[in-house]
Design a protein around this ligand. Sequence first.
Ligand SMILES: [Fe+2]
Length: 178
Amino acid sequence: MNITEDYLPKEMFLKLRDYVFNSEFKEFDSGEKLFSYIETPDDVKEFISNEHGKPILTFIRRAYEGFDEDPRIHCDGIIAGVKPHKAMVLYLNEEGEVDENGTAFYRHQEHGWVFNSDEVEFNRLLLEDSNDLSKWDLVSYIHSKPNRAIVYDCNMFHSKYPYKITGGVRYVLVAFLK
Ligand SMILES: [Fe+2]
């Protein structure tokens, strides 16, 4: 787990926020869940590539009251058929813009902290366990800060936290790195 404050250069962060507030979000249906997202702009993609290696997938997602409120505890061990090594979350909200929130990490009652199984079990966890809190212990929580980036092993179980946002809109940039 790696935490970087002031991850993007200030100018780029402000420009990115501008883009987020002036873009029309799209919906993506992963099969068991709807996401609201926009694409990561090229200059930010390039910046991430130089820091961490090429993102195999990156987007900006949002959550707000009435949308994206389930825990969906998961790992990012298989993304679009590819196994990334690391995942990154960059928090885009300024202080006071949205409820206090962040990213929580969990221990699963059978798998422990990290996923080390096959695609069948990966999918079963998403369909059966991801919203069943009795299967998980919340073990750590990192709260959001403007322009804070966290990078973690893709096999670590995590979710946004709290699950429901009741004030404001939560914006994060997500990247899966290989
Ligand atoms: Fe994730």
